[in-house]
Design a protein. Structure first.
Length: 134
């Protein structure tokens, strides 16, 4: 786990958005990966979020989580894109890989890992926005 937004109270029928910024260091020609946990459930294992160039890259991610009321338990996705001096990731969309907890969401946890120990990832400015259910 890289960063946690806690103390939330998002009911099961409420869609929400998680946005944030990230930075990959130089040090190896490899990628960094970003995923998501809700409460204690990993709904998306970390997926590629940068290009594999040996350079600093910065980017942004967005997780959209739809109403999760027992029938739409995988209604969500992640979008990410990054750029550096010579390359980056033009954008990726990944579907959720596990069911969203059918419960009030109290914790949003950003997970990340690196494909090479010579690079690092930092995440900052994570925000959670809810939408009114219809």
């Amino acid at each position: 786990s890289l960063i946690t937004v806690s103390g939330l109270s998002i009911p099961a029928n409420t869609p929400f958005l998680v946005v944030g910024s990230y930075r990959k260091s130089a040090g190896a020609a490899d990628t960094v990966n970003i995923g998501l946990m809700l409460n204690a459930t990993e709904v998306m294992d970390p997926g590629t979020a940068t290009g594999a160039q040996n350079e600093v890259q910065t980017g942004a991610f967005m997780f959209f989580i739809g109403a999760h009321d027992g029938t739409y338990l995988r209604s969500g996705f992640r979008m990410a894109g990054s750029d550096g001096a010579t390359g980056g990731l033009d954008g990726s969309i990944l579907a959720l890989r596990a069911d969203i907890p059918n419960a009030t969401i109290t914790d949003v946890i950003i997970r990340a890992n690196v494909s090479n120990a010579s690079i690092t990832i930092g995440v900052d400015e994570v925000h959670v926005y809810t939408f009114s259910p219809s």
